[in-house]
Ligand binder design. Structure first.
Ligand SMILES: Cc1cc2nc3c(=O)[nH]c(=O)nc-3n(C[C@H](O)[C@H](O)[C@H](O)COP(=O)(O)O)c2cc1C
Length: 222
């Protein structure tokens, strides 16, 4: 079974999408040994014409990405528009992937609630429909930056218990070539501690480093 995973994060290395992709890959490998992965990275190698041929023998296409402004990042959208051209055969021949290849979403967002990924998944679904591909569900993970900071915690345990269950649904659907309803995961962690950590360890710290006071951080244009 051929699986293409596209990392839509612009981060050259590390990143929360990369971490979630690794978790998904490990889960899939546990349930199916006969998997061939092709990893595409929007930052290091934008999808180009030679890559398009890969989709002709691809069974599942996983689009992994961070949420930007409640939707897909524009650099990812640009690539998807080009792929739309390819699948719809605007250059003459329509792709064989149409009606055959399953498309899955693997989104993560900075907000605590996983359903912050809902609109981005809807964008992937609309894109797949326009390309004649089978949108087969997606998972959305909240607390993206937190996930990336606790990589020592086994996926599916402690604060990652619900994310583990949601990832399993995605993994099962891909390896069985089936569809599932979009599923969202919020970390099993008190929201107020998450907010506190985000404020103290990130925003206030960064503001201080840039010579901005806490009061200035909360300034609103009247
Ligand atoms: C330009 C920009 C816009 C963002 N917009 C949102 C947003 O609308 N909602 C949200 O929950 N997170 C938003 N985030 C946070 C990212 O989704 C989050 O940090 C994510 O975990 C980054 O994933 P990555 O490490 O794979 O790039 C935004 C981040 C950036 C840089």
């Amino acid at each position: 079974m051929n699986v293409i995973i596209l990392n839509g994060s612009p981060k050259p290395s590390g990143g929360n999408s990369a971490y979630l992709i690794e978790c998904l890959k490990r889960m899939m490998e546990l349930s199916n040994q006969d998997l061939r992965f092709t990893m595409l990275n929007i930052r290091n190698n934008m999808i180009s014409e030679p890559d398009y041929q890969l989709f002709e023998s691809c069974d599942a296409f996983v689009i992994a990405s961070p949420v930007y402004f409640n939707g897909l990042p524009s650099h990812l959208l640009e690539q998807l528009v080009r792929l739309d051209d390819y699948f719809n055969g605007h250059k003459g021949i329509k792709s064989h992937a149409r009606g055959r290849m399953n498309v899955y979403g693997l989104m993560n967002c900075g907000y605590f609630d996983g359903n912050g990924c809902a609109l981005a998944l809807e964008m992937i679904e609309q894109w797949a429909v326009c390309c004649g591909l089978n949108y087969s569900g997606g998972s959305g993970f909240g607390g993206g930056e937190m996930l990336g900071m606790i990589t020592a915690v086994p996926f599916g345990k402690g604060p990652l218990k619900t994310p583990g269950k949601v990832m399993q649904k995605l993994s099962d659907a891909i390896v069985t070539k089936t569809a599932f309803e979009n599923a969202f995961a919020t970390p099993d962690y008190p929201r107020f501690i998450f907010m506190n950590n985000a404020n103290m360890l990130m925003w206030e710290k960064r503001a201080k480093e840039n010579g901005i006071t806490k009061k200035q951080l909360y300034y609103r244009i009247p």
